[in-house]
Design a binder for this molecule. Structure first.
Ligand code: SF4
Ligand code: SF4
Length: 148
């Protein structure tokens, strides 16, 4: 979405956030391609007038040099979004949006170890959004939760 944040990384041919993330301004649900996206063929077709949400978004891999290369979205088939500051119980939300058909890579190496490490902070909530299922990763366990 925001194509130029990290000095060493770039979205390139990736548009996976335009599929996996919900965009309220477009009434676009999660895990469904945005109608304005041409993945691998130029990306956003309304780039100059795209919603503010799209203008400001950068996935974790793009924005954080500390994120491992295995989190590159086209490789992982997951997009990680980190947000914070809008819940009394948590300071930070780590949301992992899993591409349909990408199976359970988040449950195994190297992803599971990263998620366990992030979940060790009691003020961080790690959530997995996989098709119509939602999981919470906590130290030593993974819980499936009902979606609101
Ligand atoms: S998922 Fe990340 S790397 Fe891919 S297009 Fe979106 S911001 Fe760029
Ligand atoms: S409007 Fe553009 S940047 Fe936003 S989700 Fe759609 S294709 Fe992606």
């Amino acid at each position: 979405m925001d194509k130029s944040v990290h000095p060493r990384r770039a979205c390139g041919a990736c548009s996976l956030c335009c599929k996996l993330l919900p965009i309220a301004a477009l009434e676009k649900p999660h895990d469904q391609w945005c109608a304005h996206c041409r993945p691998g063929a130029g990306g956003c077709t309304i780039y100059d007038s795209r919603p503010q949400t799209c203008r400001t978004f950068s996935c974790h891999w793009l924005a954080d040099p500390a994120a491992g290369e295995h989190w590159a979205p086209l490789k992982a088939r997951m997009v990680v979004q980190i947000t914070g500051g809008h819940d009394a119980a948590f300071d930070r939300f780590v949301d992992v949006h899993v591409d349909r058909g990408a199976a359970d890579a988040w449950r195994s190496k190297p992803y599971a170890a990263d998620l366990r490490r992030l979940s060790a902070d009691p003020r961080t909530l790690v959530r997995i959004f996989q098709s119509n299922r939602t999981f919470v990763v906590r130290p030593g366990e993974v819980l499936e939760v009902k979606r609101a």
